[in-house]
Design a protein around this ligand. Structure first.
Ligand code: NDP
Length: 493
């Protein structure tokens, strides 16, 4: 059994208190993934000190040279894709083809962001006076603290770490307690690719110990957090006290809208994939489907039929469609929402139960669950459940679908299924979400487009694309006067 370590100042080290946390496979509790450090604030102090020291030289390392290291890292992740994906399925349950997709996102992001090492464009602009030059440049901020969830264990750390590094920052990563192994793999790659000691540090442990220590640490310049809205609020409050930059990517209650002219089979495909992919544990999961009354009977019958045929089990088995949920706490929370839905008098159309016999006896498995006759204000249609539970909500027309779609506190992603281009454009304009899809499900993102949400999903920043550079750099405006004499501008400066 492997005991893993933190990575601080270029060394793999035990937690200062020597404590460890065991991590187990959610599809089979008997499968022990490894023992991982249970770190505390002393480990965070050491990691931040190393990152602060390393920043002195990393910020001056030319960006194209930083990029060369990152290109090497991208190649190494690609070379280990299958091993990393298998370990990911073991540690968090998603089916192997989705785990491969997660690793591939890290590859794509690393290649894409490394390219920024030769771009990272600033601006030049005319100056008011003769013989004066004006420009603005991007500058690194310092030590970035990163806190990540378990549902994309390699993609999300890469979406934060790579843009931070290419901009010239140094990093302390605290991944979820549930997925430390994927983070270890990712950091090992960066080490082997040649990232200098102290530039990237990994501190494993719980949110209440490591997470809190990181968000309140005076040596941190930026916190980038992805996780639930409730924890994001605590993170934002902690950062506000010292005006620390904070970037938040949080919960969702995403909607798929099916109009009366939609290709119903295509929409059912989208609802199955959006609702039950990653066992419904994606921030972009389609947990609400709003369907025009003229087609709701046909849609619901086909949707339920398909959901009942989904095979639930160990994600390493290629015949399996839906893996386990992440842990017992999440399983209980999801079952509690099933009870709430029934109490609210939504109609349970399929699923709703834990699977716990035979091949399912050792894991956290749930039946794919669909509620019909859901009204938009029910708790199951308002709150993020984060499991394989979908609410089908009827509507009369597009305007009502949009009103229902927007009628939640979150704003990550939305989709419409229609053949009417006017309806597609109207919904695209009026849905208050950060991501929108036409005739495609609510999930799936490409690394060169901004990713993030509105309202209680995000605080205005975006990951991916060049938008990520705005999180990890700040602008400096520079004026150069080469006239050699005092010049007076008009007006007030
Ligand atoms: P949590 O909010 O529970 O945890 C996220 C991270 O924060 C974990 O590393 C956790 O540590 C840490 N943490 C917990 N408490 C604190 C604290 N007080 N201070 C600092 N850090 C803390 O989310 P989950 O891991 O359960 O992930 C699921 C959530 O993430 C969902 O709400 C989902 O929508 C959201 N998400 C959003 C995305 C987006 O782009 N908008 C993308 C992916 C997920 P630990 O758990 O190890 O104790």
């Amino acid at each position: 059994m492997t005991t893993y370590r933190n990575f601080i100042n270029g060394q793999w080290v035990e937690a200062s208190a020597g404590a460890v946390i065991e991590n187990r496979n959610p599809a089979n509790k008997d499968d022990l993934i490894g023992r991982f450090p249970h770190s505390n604030n002393k480990d965070v102090d050491a990691a931040v000190a190393a990152a602060a020291d390393a920043w002195k030289s990393w910020r001056l390392f030319p960006a194209p040279r930083r990029a060369e290291i990152l290109f090497r890292a991208a190649e190494m992740i690609a070379a280990h894709k299958e091993d990393f994906a298998r370990d990911m399925t073991r540690e968090m349950g998603k089916v192997l083809k989705e785990a491969r997709g997660d690793v591939q996102e890290a590859v794509d992001m690393t290649y894409y962001m490394a390219g920024e090492g030769r771009r990272m464009f600033g601006q030049t602009t005319p100056a008011e006076l003769p013989n004066k030059f004006a420009m603005s440049t991007r500058n690194p901020l310092g030590v970035c603290g990163m806190i990540t969830p378990w549902n994309f264990p390699m993609a999300i750390p890469s979406w934060k770490i790579i843009p931070a590094l290419v901009c010239g920052n140094t990093v302390v990563l605290k991944p979820s307690e549930d997925t430390p192994l994927s983070a270890v793999h990712f950091i090992e790659v960066l080490e082997k690719a040649g990232v200098p000691a102290g530039v990237v540090n990994l501190v494993l442990g719980s949110g209440s110990d490591v997470g809190v220590a990181l968000t309140s640490h005076p040596g941190i310049s930026v916190i980038s957090f992805t996780g639930s809205t409730a924890v994001g609020k605590l993170v934002a409050e902690s950062c506000a006290a010292s005006f620390r930059h904070v970037h938040l990517e949080m919960g969702g209650k995403n909607v798929l809208m099916v109009m009366d002219d939609a290709d119903i089979d295509l929409a059912v495909d989208g609802a199955i994939w959006g609702g039950f992919g990653t066992s419904g544990q994606r921030c972009t999961a389609a947990s609400r489907v709003v369907v025009h009354k003229k087609v709701i009977a046909e849609f619901t019958q086909k949707f339920v039929e398909r959901a009942k045929r989904l095979r639930v089990g160990d994600g390493l088995d290629p015949a399996i469609d839906v893996g386990p949920v992440i842990n017992e706490k999440q399983l209980k929370r999801i079952l509690e929402y099933v009870r709430i839905g029934q109490d609210e008098r939504a109609k349970l159309l399929c699923g709703g139960n834990r699977l716990e016999s035979g091949v399912h006896r050792n894991g956290w498995f749930l039946e794919p669950t669909i509620f019909g006759d859901v009204s938009p204000k029910m708790r199951i249609a308002q709150e993020e459940i984060f499991g394989p539970v979908v609410s089908v909500i009827p509507c009369d027309n597009l305007e009502q679908a949009i009103e229902i779609g927007n009628g939640v506190k979150y704003g990550l992603s939305a989709a419409i299924y229609t053949h009417d281009v006017n309806h597609a454009f109207q919904a695209m304009r009026d849905m208050h979400t950060g991501i929108f899809y036409v005739n495609s499900s609510t999930i799936g993102a490409e690394v060169h487009l901004p990713f993030g949400g509105t309202k209680s999903t995000g605080n205005g920043h975006r990951e991916a694309g060049t938008a990520a550079l705005d999180v990890f750099s700040e602008w400096k405006s520079i004026y150069i006067d080469y006239s050699g004499k005092l010049q007076k501008a008009q007006g007030i400066d």
